[in-house]
Design a protein around this ligand. Sequence first.
Ligand SMILES: Nc1ncnc2c1ncn2[C@@H]1O[C@H](COP(=O)(O)OP(=O)(O)OP(=O)(O)O)[C@@H](O)[C@H]1O
Length: 361
Amino acid sequence: MTAGATAGAATVSAAGPSELGIVVDRVARRFGAVQAVVDASMVAPMGQVTGLIGPNGSGKTTLMLMLASLLAPDQGSIRVAGHDPVADPASARRLLGWMPDQLGSWGSLSARTTLVQTGRLYGMHRLAAAHRAAELIHLVDLGELADRPSRVLSRGQKQRLSLARALVHDPAVLLLDEPASGLDPAARVALRRTVRRLAGEGRAVLVSSHVLAELDEMADSAVYLDRGVTADAARIAATRVSERAWRIRSADRHRLRDALFRAGVPWERIDADAGGLLVPIAGEDAAAALLTRLVGEGLAISAFAPAVGELEHTFLDLSGERMAAAPPAGAGGPGAPADPSPYAPPAPGAHPAPPQPGGPQ
Ligand SMILES: Nc1ncnc2c1ncn2[C@@H]1O[C@H](COP(=O)(O)OP(=O)(O)OP(=O)(O)O)[C@@H](O)[C@H]1O
């Protein structure tokens, strides 16, 4: 995903409703005493993959069900390729493909029959439905299992059948709820390629997932749902300059530690893992300034990158669960003002003495 890309309400452009694929405006939905979706607004443009992210119980599936015309919102409006799934569900359903988190098909039907019957339900001729089923079986690589009852399929194989079923009528908008769950690594790579290709052909693809590293590689932008409310653009923009851990690698870790200390990073805030030293840095500008300084000191840096993906960082930041605490005021930590870099040199005696070689790395 491109750094910091988001698809909040504020990103609605002058594009027409069908170009936007999915448009959700101030939607709410309650189940008895539970307000599952409080205030959700978002867009998912055609030709792009949009991630839908949020903690357990934040309302993602409820929102997806409303988009799929399977649940009516209590208030607000939804447009799917320009159609209102409440007022005109038939038109919306013709244009959208829905992959739920559970397959939900008759176990006695084979994958092929499931796909053919789905095509028939969309009004396809028997031969056209059979042809389409064969195409999709090839696409999701279920050839050897196509004529066995779907109940014998593994969880991952059922996911692939579910994706194929969502694609039967060649929809312009795709709603995928946890599509990668149960897939092995090779199937995940294949899914990622398929999803990117489907978007590349002009579809709007909305993907809900807890596997944020997966989504990072798949999604052009993301919508964050927290306790039923979508995060607005300003909240998301703020996470871009909030602290996160960066991993820095150099052949000489001790020299690197010393250089980081001289750059104003307190000892106690430098962590380490097998990949290098972990340093909290607030924003890309601060990262660039630190890298420039380290290289300027003659250090050979072999890796310098965020230790967590963009989506995970934003998710954790919005959830208020960030690892690193803010540096104490005036401590010259990563968020400190530039002089000349964002890492102000520490005042003499401001930090404990550097640990001796052989200490924790
Ligand atoms: N049919 C229902 N009746 C009552 N409460 C419901 C119903 N469906 C969902 N909820 C409640 O609404 C809230 C949002 O649920 P939802 O399934 O949309 O969350 P989610 O973000 O998809 O969660 P997860 O990530 O765990 O799948 C939860 O508190 C859930 O218990």
